[in-house]
Design a protein around this ligand. Structure first.
Ligand code: C5P
Length: 412
């Protein structure tokens, strides 16, 4: 998971440094956000070094004379979107009160409001502060809202008193994190096949026809599926990208090779996402030796490549099939046609001429068209976010298909 770790101002803040390490060992990436008070107890440098990421310290750059490490004025929204879990450890009485009341006067409290990710808080404070009716009421409010509270332990507190208020043991916090991670494995038991990247169609041994696809969209889908618990097979044309963790990658060059790889993977797949930009044509007779330069015009005859998606989706059975449509005009009309002509359940369409969309970009602007008539336009967002939304739609469609089948059977 991508965990945002909120560190607030308590003596226990130093314990969060070790927590960063443990979370990373368990495979999570950690973005640390520190409140102003937390920085009185431990420097942001420690967390930056441990997490390997910039630590966010404030809502506005330079509001306290320092650099808050913000990439933009709406960084809290960007961080919220890439957070799978918001964990606050230690959580002071102050941050609990802010969360409970919806105050948003620093980065962490604003992030809490902007994020839809699950939240875990591990409070740590003086025993009287913990037992105070105000704190207990705030906790009750948060609990009711679904916030998980890792209760503090009892013992000797830094203030010299004994009682509840010590930050929970690391194992307790990690246990809560593992439970959230488990609950997010909504693709467990699924086998997801993804095609990605361009194909290369050889003209001769050294030249080929290809396109500008970077593979980023397909790789993002494969990564998200694997993170969400699916067995994931990525059939990839040549790209410069690294194989996402937990993904089985099959490299191909041509459309024909991709078709073969897809055919052999499709049988075991429960979900197939066709994000590859397959070359529509290939040279009819690739030369076996390098084509020599002459003074004459050269004509290369092309013949159509198989439509991989259409070929295999004809007999898709119970599988949920997702296609893409990169359009320059009449996006909705073309996308709806493709739902039918390709026998797909979803078509992710984008206007490649729109700003912030298309090839070799980090972001995309898409609308997800669905067989059941729902159009889901998405704002411009990172391809990794688009990937998550596509998978959400896949599960929604799967639910619709299942309930339809059940009604069918009941009616038989
Ligand atoms: O027809 P069009 O090329 O616009 O369709 C795009 C969709 O079909 C994408 O999902 C793409 O991966 C898939 N496709 C394919 N094989 C082809 C051409 C497109 O699988 N030869």
């Amino acid at each position: 998971m991508r965990i945002t770790l909120g560190v607030t101002g308590g003596v226990a803040a130093y314990k969060s440094a070790e927590l960063v390490r443990r979370l990373q060992t368990e495979g999570h990436t950690v973005q640390v956000v520190m409140t102003r008070a937390a920085r009185e107890f431990i420097t942001s440098l420690t967390f930056a070094a441990l997490s390997g990421q910039k630590v966010i310290t404030d809502l506005f750059a330079n509001s306290d004379g320092g650099d808050a490490n913000l990439d933009s004025a709406i960084e809290h929204i960007a961080v919220a979107q890439r957070t799978d879990l918001l964990l606050v450890a230690p959580a002071t009485a102050d941050i609990l009160a802010k969360f409970a009341r919806g105050l948003a006067d620093d980065f962490l409290s604003t992030l809490y409001l902007a994020s839809t990710a699950p939240v875990i808080v591990a409070p740590a404070m003086n025993v009287n502060m913990w037992q105070h009716a105000a704190t207990q009421e705030n906790l009750a409010t948060l609990r009711k809202r679904g916030v998980r509270i890792v209760e503090p332990g009892e013992g000797y507190l830094a203030c010299g008193m004994t009682g509840p208020g010590r930050l929970a043991e690391q194992e307790e916090i990690l246990k809560a994190v593992r439970e959230v991670a488990q609950a997010q494995q909504d693709f467990a038991g699924e086998t997801v096949l993804v095609t990605a990247g361009p194909t290369c169609e050889d003209l001769d041994p050294v030249r080929f026809i290809t396109n500008r696809s970077s593979g980023k969209m397909g790789y993002a889908v494969a990564e998200a599926a694997a993170r969400r618990g699916a067995k994931t097979i990525l059939i990839s044309g040549p790209t410069a990208l690294e194989t996402p963790e937990g993904v089985e990658r099959v490299d191909v060059r041509t459309a024909q090779e991709m078709l073969q790889a897809v055919k052999s993977g499709f049988a075991a797949a429960t979900i197939a996402v066709f994000a590859a930009a397959v070359a529509d044509y290939r040279p009819a007779e690739p030369a076996t030796s390098k084509i020599k330069r002459t003074k004459d015009e050269l004509t290369i005859r092309l013949k159509p490549n198989p439509d991989i998606l259409s070929t295999v989706a004809r007999e898709k059975g119970d599988r949920v099939v997702v296609g893409f449509a990169a359009e320059t005009d009449h996006m909705a009309e073309n996308a709806r046609k493709k739902l039918e002509s390709k026998n797909a359940d979803l078509i992710v369409a984008n206007d490649v001429t729109a700003e912030g969309a298309g090839f070799d970009m980090e972001t995309n602007v898409v609308t997800i068209f669905s067989r059941d008539g729902r159009d889901l336009p998405l704002p411009r967002q990172r391809k990794t976010e688009v990937a998550q939304r596509i998978l959400d739609e896949v599960l929604r469609v799967r639910g619709v298909l299942r309930s339809k089948r059940a009604t069918h059977r009941a009616g038989d």
